[in-house]
Write a protein of this length. Structure first.
Length: 456
C-alpha cells in the first residue's frame, strides 16, 4: 500500500512538472501584438495577447514590436525604455539632451539605438541594455547575414559582428556585396576589395573581374579570361574556364547558402554550376532561374514554344507546367501562377503551388479566388499576395499560403508593406481610413484623417 502511495505521489509530481514545463514553454512562445488608439491627431500604443486580451494599455506615444521577449516604448518620443511581456520596465536607454532617440527591436540578441541628428550617436546594445560598441556611429545598418554596416561621420564604413566587434575598420566605401562568407567593397576610383568574415582582405585590384558565389571568389586578372577560384581564406582552389558565364550574378549574393548557380556555356545553353564553375546540372535549358529553397524554374523549347518545369538540385523534374501558364513567380514558400481566362482575357486565372509541386489553390472553379497581385518585402524573403474574391480584395501570406487579411477592400492597390528595424506593417488604405496589420495579419487598428508620422 505504501509502495502504491509512493508511486501515486511520484506520478502527481511528474504530472505537475509536465504542466509547469508546458506552461513555461507556452510563456516563452506567447506573442504580444501591438495595437493603437487614436487620440486627436496622435496615436497611443499598447499590447494584446493572441486572444485579443489587453495586456498593456494603450499609453505609449511610440512603440515597437515584441521580439525575443522585449519591446522598445516611449512616452514622449525622446526617452526610450524596454518592457517585458508583462509590461514591466526592464531598463532605460541612456539618452541626454533634447535629441530624438529611437530604439530598435532585438534580432539575435542585439538592438540598434539611434539618435536622429547629424552627429554620432548610433550604437548596439545587448538584452541587458549594455552598450556593445566602443565608438558611436552616425548610422548603423543591419545586414541580412547577422552583421552590421556602421557609417562614421567621415563617411567611412566598418563591418561589426553581433558582439559589436569591428571586423573591418574604416573602409572608404560601402559593402557592395554581402555573402555568408565575406564582403566585397568598391572604393572611389573603382578599386574593389574582398574581405572574409574575420576582416582579412583576401583580394584587391582595380582591374579584372570579380564574381562572388557564396563560399568562393572567381577572379580574372584580364577580362574575358579564365578565372582563378579562391576560398574565403585566400587559397586557390580551382579554375573556371572563360566559356562558363554566370547569368544572374546579383541573385547569387542574395540567396543564402545557394550552392548551385545559373550559368551559360559557349553555346548559350543554361545549366547550374558549383562554386568552382563545374556544371552539376547540364546546360540543356534555353532559360533557368536561381535555386530557392531547393527548387528552380527552368525552360526548354523555342522562343515560340516554351515548356517550363520546376526542378530540384539533382535536376529532376518536380512539376511540368501547362503551356497556358504565362506567369510563374516565387512568393516565399509558394509559386504564384497565372494563365489566360477564356471568359475574361483582362482577368487571368490564378493558382498557388507549394515547393513540392502540389497545387494548394487550383485554377478556375476549384477555388473561389480570382486575380492575385504581388507585394514584395525587400531583402526579407517574405512576399504577400493580394487576391480578389467576389469583387473584394484581401491578402495571402507567401509563407503559409493562407489568407491573413480577409477580402473586404475595394481594390488591390490599397495594400502596401513597410519594414524597418523597429516596425513591420501591412497598410490597407481606403479613402480617408487606413487599417494597419502586423505581417502575420494581426490587426493593430485603424486611423482616419491626417496624423503624425507614426512609422518609427
Amino acid at each position: 500500500m505504501k509502495k502504491t502511495s509512493a508511486l501515486f505521489a511520484f506520478a502527481l509530481v511528474f504530472l505537475a512538472m509536465l504542466i509547469m514545463g508546458s506552461t513555461e514553454a507556452e510563456a516563452k512562445t506567447s506573442t504580444l501584438h501591438t495595437f493603437f488608439k487614436q487620440e486627436g491627431d496622435g496615436l497611443k500604443y499598447g499590447f494584446k495577447d493572441d486572444k485579443g486580451k489587453v495586456v498593456v494599455k494603450a499609453k505609449y506615444w511610440e512603440a515597437g514590436h515584441f521580439s525575443e521577449g522585449l519591446c522598445p516604448v516611449s512616452y514622449d518620443g525622446k526617452q526610450w525604455f524596454y518592457i517585458n511581456t508583462k509590461g514591466k520596465k526592464v531598463f532605460d536607454i541612456d539618452s541626454t539632451g533634447e535629441n530624438y532617440w529611437t530604439a530598435g527591436n532585438y534580432i539575435d540578441g542585439v538592438a540598434i539605438i539611434a539618435v536622429n541628428d547629424a552627429t554620432s550617436g548610433t550604437y548596439l546594445i545587448d538584452k541587458t541594455g549594455k552598450k556593445l560598441t566602443v565608438n558611436d556611429y552616425r548610422y548603423i545598418k543591419r545586414l541580412d547575414n547577422g552583421y552590421f554596416d556602421a557609417t562614421s561621420n567621415d563617411d567611412t564604413h566598418s563591418i561589426l559582428n553581433k558582439k559589436g566587434k569591428v571586423l573591418i575598420a574604416s573602409c572608404p566605401g560601402s559593402p557592395e556585396r554581402v555573402t555568408n562568407y565575406g564582403f566585397l567593397f568598391t572604393f572611389d576610383g573603382g578599386e574593389k576589395s574582398v574581405y572574409n568574415m574575420k576582416g582579412k582582405q583576401i583580394l584587391s585590384t582595380t582591374v579584372g573581374e570579380y564574381t562572388l558565389v557564396d563560399n568562393a571568389v572567381w577572379f580574372a586578372k584580364k577580362e574575358n579570361a579564365d578565372k582563378t577560384v579562391y576560398n574565403w581564406s585566400g587559397q586557390k582552389i580551382g579554375k573556371v574556364v572563360k566559356s562558363v558565364t554566370l547569368d544572374n550574378t546579383v541573385e547569387c549574393y542574395n540567396i543564402p547558402e545557394n550552392k548551385l548557380h545559373v550559368a551559360r556555356n559557349k553555346s548559350r545553353k543554361y545549366g547550374f554550376v558549383d562554386c568552382k564553375g563545374k556544371f552539376v546540372i547540364k546546360p540543356v535549358y534555353r532559360w533557368a532561374g536561381e535555386f530557392r529553397d531547393g527548387v528552380a524554374l527552368v525552360e526548354k523549347g523555342t522562343a515560340s514554344s516554351q515548356q517550363k518545369y520546376l526542378i530540384n538540385t539533382k535536376g529532376k523534374t518536380i512539376l511540368k507546367f501547362s503551356k497556358q501558364v504565362g506567369v510563374i513567380r516565387f512568393a516565399s514558400k509558394y509559386l504564384y501562377l497565372e494563365k489566360t481566362n477564356p471568359s475574361n482575357p483582362n482577368k487571368p486565372l490564378t493558382a498557388l503551388v507549394n515547393l513540392k509541386g502540389k497545387y494548394v489553390m487550383k485554377f478556375g472553379k476549384a477555388s473561389d479566388f480570382g486575380y492575385m497581385g504581388y507585394i514584395g518585402l525587400n531583402g526579407r524573403n517574405k512576399e504577400y499576395i493580394p487576391f480578389e474574391q467576389k469583387g473584394k480584395w484581401g491578402v495571402i501570406s507567401g509563407d503559409t499560403g493562407k489568407v491573413i487579411i480577409p477580402a473586404k477592400y475595394d481594390n488591390e492597390y490599397v495594400f502596401s508593406v513597410n519594414y524597418s528595424d523597429t516596425n513591420q506593417y501591412i497598410y490597407a488604405t481606403s479613402g480617408s481610413r487606413t487599417d494597419i496589420y502586423e505581417l502575420d495579419g494581426t490587426k493593430m487598428g485603424s486611423y482616419k484623417g491626417t496624423i503624425r508620422n507614426w512609422v518609427h
